[in-house]
Design a protein around this ligand. Sequence first.
Ligand code: IFM
Length: 466
Amino acid sequence: MRPFLWGAATAAYQVEGSAGAEGRGSSIWDEFCRRPGAVLGGMTGDLACDSYRRWPEDLELLKRLGVGSYRFSVAWPRIQAEGSGRPLQAGLDHYRRLCEALLEAGIEPAATIYHWDLPSALEAAGGWPERDTARRLADYADILFGALGDLVGRWFTVNEPWCAAFLGYGQGLHAPGRRDEGEAYRAAHHLLLGHGLALRAYRARGLAAPIGIVLNPSTPRPATARAEDAAAAERAGAQRTALFLDPLYGRGYPEAHLALHPAARPPVEEGDLELIAGPCDMLGINYYDEDAVEAAPAGPGRLEAWRKAPSWREKTDMGWDIVPEGLYRQIMALTRRWPIGALYVTENGAAFRDEPEPAPPAGGFPPSAEPGPAFRVRDRGRIEYLRSHAAACLRARADGAPVEGYYAWSLLDNFEWSLGYSKRFGLVYVDFASGERIPKDSFWFYRDLVAGQELGAPPAGLSGGS
Ligand code: IFM
């Protein structure tokens, strides 16, 4: 069994700030944030956590956490301001510095190539519903493979293509804020195609680090034991799960799902499916919650004929049900249905309303030799969330699922897309006015978990690093 990898994750637009620095171009999120009513309170990622400048501080936090891997994303508009053409050296230098420093600290740099910040120029040319955007993604990815391939220890091509396609082009809740089901399906196909083309470029370079894609599958549970609810649960999850996993694992698009969306077929051209199904070394899944669903009459926007059943579950500040055993179920279900060689939980975490309070004098908290912070955030809810979900993940591993790592979302409180800074997911509290970082109690908990101290004796090969 390979050693288990513990990590922490962020994404460029959510933490970097420095929106106009060093030739960075505009992205669809820069534009969306300026659209009245699109993002809560008109908030933007212009400053965010200021991590583009304060990354050495973030690195210190990662070192104190003891994680083996840091999953960050590269901002495409820092590498190609217009989404094509010659790369910007300053952007490449920035990520090289970050990777080198991570390696020096014994932390694996895990780079996500695309986490939703499409250069505005590409959106102006049609965005993800256009086939050319997939080619642009592969060109950009190849620039990264050339510039950072000797440093990055793990590559993720695209983060959550479902969100980019269906929230961005279908529901209009994310950038670029379009509302057209047909465009969403076209976008989904081109995101997958971009992944496939990037993968081909990667293999052509003969690089050895593992590469894969990150999905946010949904595997809802039937609300009752009735057969129709079981069928509804299956249909409800298909757009987030089979629509992506079937083509990625060489099965083509799921016809039963597409049949429900006759006006929205993915624009498949010859050779696309072979590219999309190019062998990956790993699959990343982001898990936050699990819904209970029941059969319901089909209606506009609910062609799959299901509805969410009311739930008694405790919820996070996002209103999401807390269902740790859902993570276990999901890992088992996915790895039974698709031939997934290695699976990483690339995001898992929870938003809660955190309030810093003055910390007790030295000698109180945290224990051990760590310098005591001036403030403390008692986030018991997040600790329980992380403990139970990490345990679910390890249980799936013990039961034979090929789970090889877990990344907490997120290292820092950050810009939560259309909800701005109102939701805090961090292990570290960020005072957005000053940029100050305050490790929450969950930070110390996660440090101990990574060190093998919190879930009982660490199984053989399970350690903080890689
Ligand atoms: O903040 C996001 C992240 O960018 C993608 N996955 C879900 C997180 C929480 O909503």
